[in-house]
Design a binder for this molecule. Structure first.
Ligand code: SF4
Length: 435
């Protein structure tokens, strides 16, 4: 047994399929074989075969299945019965069938996989590139389409090349010739399906995850990749460690900075608070001073106003007193004037009486004392008295003593007249002030 055959045997042994291997003699179209393989992920081979038969009967075509609800598909897959709970078991399978049909439709723009028989490589490549379908399913369909030939996919060739079973080639024919030498005909489907599982799970063309692959122990390429991966991980770990140290330093610095900032802010707050307190105290002092000044001003105003009022009251009192005195003076003057008038009237009455006496009989020679006394009384009181006195003197002109009297007493009469005029003027001035 060659080394390559050993590797193939180990491959089949090491790789655990996600479900039972699909039947190599499936009776139906390639599309139905795909649905069968999709159902195998959730059901037994017999249940999967019954499910495909149910779908075939339930739907007019598979496009109708594609656009149907999961529950409707599950109803078709599940055995006949009552109750919706029985469908729960078949819902995941229904989802896989619907997803498979949708992926085929999007990739091939139809639901006819029979074209694989005409161009198996192109259609197989298209199907294997779809993650929901994958290389394992594509290998199975290719196996059925090519009627038992070894399925050759680029992914499978890549795995075998990395395992050292064959040299990588783009020629399907060359690849198949090389594989046929190491893989027995009856194991073709199993090996192809296992290779498809390796491709789908680990052996990516650019970033294979060899450290998780079940074939790492027998894959030289994979061991190298794994070594590089370990080195890379160590480097990354060191880098992460450095990053963590750096991040810790940055965090420490940031912490110190924040603490300083907090302290500075605290100091600033305290300073601002102190300043505000000081300003408030100053404002309070200014306000108190202002209030004191205002109080003093108001007190002064009140005092001034009281003094003013007192002065005004005093003035009013003085004025009233002055007015009362004036009134008293005027009343005295009036009384004087009235007395004068009375005296004048009395003098007049005396003159008239003298006239009447003279008119009543021959006048007896007047005694010198009478002649002299009459004129004196008249001239003292009023101008009218003077006239009366003149008349009396004229009528008494015969007697000598009467003639002498006017010459001697003329200056006295003028003085008395002037005095009377002054009194009259004063009384005239005093009257208008009695308002
Ligand atoms: S070990 Fe790596 S390279 Fe080898 S088969 Fe697995 S995934 Fe592919």
């Amino acid at each position: 047994m060659s080394k390559k055959s050993d590797i193939i045997k180990k491959l089949v042994k090491e790789i655990k399929l996600p479900h039972d291997l699909p039947s190599s003699d499936f009776k139906g179209t390639l599309l139905e074989a795909g649905m069968f393989a999709a159902l195998l992920g959730h059901l037994t081979p017999n249940q999967s075969t019954s499910g495909v038969n149910g779908l075939r009967k339930a739907f007019e075509d598979y496009n109708e299945t594609r656009v149907s609800q999961y529950q409707e598909i599950a109803e078709a897959i599940a055995p006949k019965g009552k109750g919706l709970t029985r469908l729960n078991k078949y819902l995941p399978g229904a989802r896989s069938v619907k997803d498979f049909l949708q992926a085929v439709f999007q990739e091939t723009h139809g639901l006819d996989l029979e074209t694989m028989k005409e161009d198996p490589v192109a259609v197989g490549r298209a199907i294997s590139s779809v993650p929901t379908l994958g290389a394992a399913l594509a290998s199975y369909l290719l196996f059925l389409a090519e009627e038992g030939q070894m399925p050759v996919l680029s992914g499978s060739v890549r795995v075998l090349d990395r395992l050292g079973v064959m040299t990588r080639t783009s020629s399907v024919r060359k690849a198949r010739e090389a594989l046929d030498k190491v893989i027995p005909a009856k194991e073709r489907l199993e090996v192809a399906y296992a290779l498809g599982v390796v491709v789908d799970n680990w052996c990516d063309s650019r970033k294979p995850t060899c450290w998780d692959c079940a074939l790492l122990s027998q894959c030289t390429f994979g061991q190298k990749v794994e070594k590089d991966y370990v080195v890379q991980q160590e480097r990354l770990a060191k880098q992460r460690e450095k990053e963590e140290v750096r991040a810790a330093l940055v965090a420490e610095k940031e912490e110190v900075r924040l603490a300083k900032e907090a302290e500075r802010e605290s100091r600033l707050r305290a300073s601002t608070l102190k300043k505000i307190t000081k300003e408030r105290e100053k404002a309070a002092k200014v306000a108190a001073k202002k209030a004191e000044i205002e109080k003093k001003r108001k007190d002064a105003e009140r005092k001034k106003s009281a003094e003013k009022k007192k002065l005004a009251d005093r003035k009013v009192t003085d004025r009233k007193k002055a007015e009362a005195a004036k009134k008293k003076e005027i009343a005295t003057k009036k009384k004087d004037v009235a007395d004068k008038k009375k005296a004048d009237a009395a003098a007049k009455r005396k003159v008239n009486a003298a006239k009447k006496k003279a008119a009543a009989g021959p006048a007896s020679p007047a005694s010198p004392s009478t002649k002299k006394a009459a004129p004196k009384k008249v001239t003292k009181k009023k101008p009218a008295a003077k006239k009366a006195a003149k008349k009396v003197t004229k009528k008494k002109g015969a007697s000598k003593p009467a003639k002498k009297a006017p010459v001697k007493k003329a200056p006295k009469k003028v003085a008395k007249k002037a005095k009377a005029k002054k009194v009259a003027k004063k009384s005239a001035k005093a009257v208008p002030r009695r308002k």
